[in-house]
Design a binder for this molecule. Structure first.
Ligand SMILES: [Fe+2]
Length: 282
């Protein structure tokens, strides 16, 4: 085909895919050619107009502008499109029976939380939340306790915000902590009961949700990353079974096995029993 001839839609797609044919890295070539194939197919399917194309560019530009060290609009976008949960399903669907299921990381993880002792409180700011103990064991699939497992925890305050969202209100380490299991594989976290919260709605993702008639709420949850030497780490949530939005979480993060009860104890605290099971890596 001469380059002077008018191109059909399919010919353009084929030419662009071919332009990536000599990508040295096999995986990069596969990903880029598939990306072109699907992006072109999307534009052709919806008959994308000039104005709609520009709107898409402006949307991504706005997502870039609002993203900084504390705000991650692209993870929110991935989460609200279900892409984060799709990547999770693709990579973790063949897990060993009984191993704790993963779910999305979300946009509010901050590394290097403070180390906290067994049973220590990670409440550094009075927010009116219901004080709770989240406790349990970390074990291998055969039930063997894992001593020294690391549980990296973060959650929102009862007011609905994570510390990273309110640097002028909450201490930076409020409701964040790194706990370790004892010799019997047990852990204990003193915290507040999580509450449902809206994902940030002052950026392009919030506009997308409202324009499409979707709510912005997440079901109440605590984030945890559990890891131990010799085991595959898991990034997951503890969902409150009494929460609203379990069946319509705006980022598609809920899995039935991750739902637990918060029940009143004699000590005036709520108690939530959650065991984590890690898959050996060998
Ligand atoms: Fe969250």
């Amino acid at each position: 085909m001469s380059s002077l001839q008018p191109m059909s839609e399919q010919e353009l797609t084929d030419v662009v895919i071919e332009r990536f044919a000599s990508t040295p890295d096999d995986r990069l070539r596969e990903v880029m050619q598939a990306l072109v194939r699907h992006v072109h197919a999307f534009a052709r399917e919806v008959r994308l107009t000039d104005d709609e194309w520009l709107t898409g560019i402006q949307f991504l530009t706005a997502a870039g502008h609002i993203t900084d060290g504390n705000r991650q609009e692209f993870i929110l976008l991935s989460d609200t499109l279900g892409l984060s949960s799709m990547v999770d399903l693709i990579n973790h669907a063949s897990m060993v029976e009984g191993v704790t299921e993963p779910t999305i990381l979300g946009p509010f993880y901050v590394p290097n939380s403070p180390e906290r002792e067994f049973g220590a409180s990670m409440i550094e700011y009075a927010d009116g939340g219901e004080e709770s103990l989240v406790e349990g064991c970390v074990t291998s699939p055969d039930g063997t306790p894992i001593a020294g497992a690391v549980i990296d925890v973060w959650q929102n305050a009862a007011t609905g915000f994570y510390a990273v969202q309110q640097p002028d209100v909450q201490p930076a380490t409020n409701l964040r902590g790194i706990y370790r299991t004892d010799v019997q594989g047990r852990y204990s976290i003193h915290t507040v009961r999580p509450t449902p919260y809206p994902i940030p709605d002052d950026g392009p993702v919030g506009k997308m949700l409202s324009a499409t008639g979707r709510h912005q709420m997440r079901a109440a949850h605590i984030h945890v990353k559990v890891s131990a030497p010799g085991f595959a780490p898991v990034t997951t949530h503890v969902f409150d079974e009494a929460s609203d939005y379990l069946d319509s979480d705006t980022v598609f993060g809920v899995k039935g096995s991750l739902i637990s009860a918060f029940t009143p104890g004699d000590d005036g605290l709520l108690h939530c029993a959650v065991d984590f099971t890690l898959e050996p890596t060998h």
